[in-house]
Write a protein that binds this ligand. Structure first.
Ligand SMILES: Nc1nc2c(ncn2[C@@H]2O[C@H](COP(=O)(O)OP(=O)(O)OP(=O)(O)O)[C@@H](O)[C@H]2O)c(=O)[nH]1
Length: 346
């Protein structure tokens, strides 16, 4: 084990009205972990097939709230108590998924996670599951669903098997009007590529004679042919931006605060310069949550900038061009670095 910088585990919050498909999404992720180690926080384990998942080693850790409701009864210290069980110095989890109860207020859920004092976690985004067939009826009964959409970093327009093409187009238009920033992905039974949500670790495949894990078997069963495999990647884009030149800190932050439509998360190294100083930071963003950490604490750091932008239906050329425009073409005044310092921890 090399000494690494403190690893922060992304905590993804899954919210959505009753019956929209949150548990279905969670079960899908647990069945398609692709080697990622997933921790789960749920209200109760009733509908998640936890027992068999645990036996098969699919769920690496989980915590439930035995009594009470994840929406209102929980405060930051309750959430931290749950997160502390999953995220600590020796935790090997790659992601923690919190399934909010159907009545949870997403703003509160974000506050609980983003406000966590646990130094080993980082906010991993709000995924809002929307029932495509019921959106109109839900909106009539609960107008606040519009605010929920506006808060989301990723909207899953689920149950698209239950609507026709015209309604699909209409819904996409309405969701984009409510939130032009979020990535929107259409799904059936919550089947998204987990790589959109979190990093798939590069762990070696099974060696000859080694047993296949259930995840691999299921994944390979589901995706044995290329057509099926391709299906899971629909609407999921990842672009890489690399530059040997330094970036202008303020222009970079401006880009991050006005991300192109469809971006869900951005990660990688950025080399920025202002005044006489050039520094490399590890950058993570989810939606408008931006974090710069000084790079080089134990890990090798590339010379220039290496960023990956992940989202759905991205205009990849435009995103690339916008990033290229952040390259500093003339000397930058020293105070421009404040733009980055606003987003560095502590
Ligand atoms: N037709 C169709 N049914 C779906 C889809 N996704 C989920 N369902 C069904 O919708 C129902 C509700 O799904 P859940 O995943 O339990 O929804 P939930 O959001 O966890 O519900 P609560 O826990 O009650 O808030 C289940 O019967 C699912 O099988 C889909 O894409 N299409």
């Amino acid at each position: 084990m090399g000494e690494k910088a403190k690893r922060q585990i992304p905590v993804v919050v899954v919210a959505g009205f009753l019956g929209s498909g949150k548990t279905t999404l969670l079960n899908h992720l647990l069945r398609n972990t692709r080697g990622a180690r997933i921790g789960v926080i749920v209200n109760d384990f009733g509908s998640v097939n936890i027992d068999s998942m645990m036996v098969a080693g699919q769920v690496d850790s989980m915590v439930s709230l035995s009594n009470g409701c994840l929406c209102c009864a929980v405060d930051v210290s309750d959430m931290d108590a749950m997160l502390d069980k999953l995220a600590h110095r020796s935790s090997e989890l790659d992601v923690i998924v919190v399934e909010a109860s159907g009545l949870a207020e997403p703003r509160n859920m974000i506050r609980l996670v983003a406000g966590s004092e646990n130094e080993y976690v980082a906010y991993g985004g709000l995924v809002l599951v929307v029932d495509a067939a019921e959106f109109e009826a839900t909106r009539a009964r609960h107008p606040e669903v519009e605010q929920h959409v506006a808060l989301a970093d990723l909207v899953l327009l689920n149950k698209t098997d239950r609507i026709d093409g015209d309604m699909h187009d209409d819904l996409l238009g309405r969701l984009c009007a409510l939130n032009s920033r979020a990535a929107v992905v259409s799904t059936e039974h919550g089947r998204i590529d987990p790589g959109l949500l979190f990093d798939i670790p590069e762990r070696p495949g099974p060696q000859p004679g080694e047993q296949l894990t259930l995840d691999r078997l299921l994944y390979e069963d589901d995706h044995g042919d290329d057509a099926e495999h391709g299906h899971l990647h629909d609407g999921y884009d990842a672009i890489t931006f690399e530059s040997p030149d330094v970036l202008h800190p303020r222009m970079l932050v401006d880009f991050l605060e006005n991300q192109p439509a469809g971006v869900f998360r951005i990660k990688g190294y950025v080399r920025v310069a202002a005044g006489l100083r050039a520094s490399t930071y590890l950058l993570h963003t989810v939606g408008d949550h931006i974090r710069f950490e000084p790079a080089g604490r134990g890990e090798p750091v590339p010379d220039g900038t290496q960023l990956v932008v992940i989202g759905a239906d991205l205009d990849t050329d435009a995103a690339h061009e916008q990033l290229a425009r952040c390259v500093a073409t003339e000397p930058v005044s020293a105070d421009a670095m404040y733009a980055v310092h606003r987003f560095t921890p502590r």
